[in-house]
Design a protein around this ligand. Sequence first.
Ligand code: BTN
Length: 292
Amino acid sequence: MMKSLSPESIRKELHTKIIGRNIILLETIDSTNIYLKSLGSQQGPEGTVVLAEEQTAGRGRRGRNWTSQRGKNLTFSVLLHPTNQTQNVGLLSLLAGLAVTKAIRSSASLPAECKWPNDVLINGKKVCGILSEMVTSADNPPSIIVGIGINVNQTEFPEEIRETATSLFLESASYSASLKTFGSEILLPLKRDQNDITLCFDRVRILQKVLEEVEYWYIQYQLQRYEKIIQEWKRHCSMLGKTILFNQNGNIVSGVFADIAEDGALLLETNGTVQRIIAGDVTVVNPGDGYK
Ligand code: BTN
């Protein structure tokens, strides 16, 4: 039996002032992003978290869907009302990916990495996807809904993503196995669910850590410390400086991942010219490097 989530257990020992102070936990919903939007988000308290045990129409980037087994993972959305609206909103996506990466590293001791714009990978496989959506209206400044899906304890994935998706559980199992081959005693510093005979990750602890990281980096954003966010993001991305392929509306462009601009855009260098990429999917040319 997987331990179920509750707003009380999440708020207990959650070291934040804004993010996750208001938590709405749903059993089943189409999508937490859609739900938050339908609440008329712009009036809702900043930092509101909508969490679901099951999404029936989870949404991914670029019109894709997001599937997640009921009760095993984390699927939630966070409401933000950034004060510095204008050109740096793209950075919020990077920030969310960075927050999840750092949270996985510290709470699960796994080598998570950022992939532009906001995926999180472990050993080249996707463990987290993020969909940020802007909500605008005539009367209020835009708000941002950051939807985060983290594969925590799921062990089976649909055929089409089996090669590219992973979970914290699967990665910790393969990490243990690789350590065993070196004959070491396995003492992984993982926080497990103590009531469960089948070991699994404690979703409450992972979520708390993610929310704490989101708050820290969001405060940096509000203080306009954009360079600090970018530097930290770059430290957690091994794709930088590598030759990548970028899918531009069906056209594949190849170039070097040169840098990240202040607004979170990817700077792609092709034949001496630098192109700004603000949305899309990128792939490292040689997936042997660890990225797919
Ligand atoms: C992607 O990688 O394509 C983004 C996936 C985002 C999934 C999360 S799960 C919680 C939130 N609600 C949704 O419908 N989508 C996001």
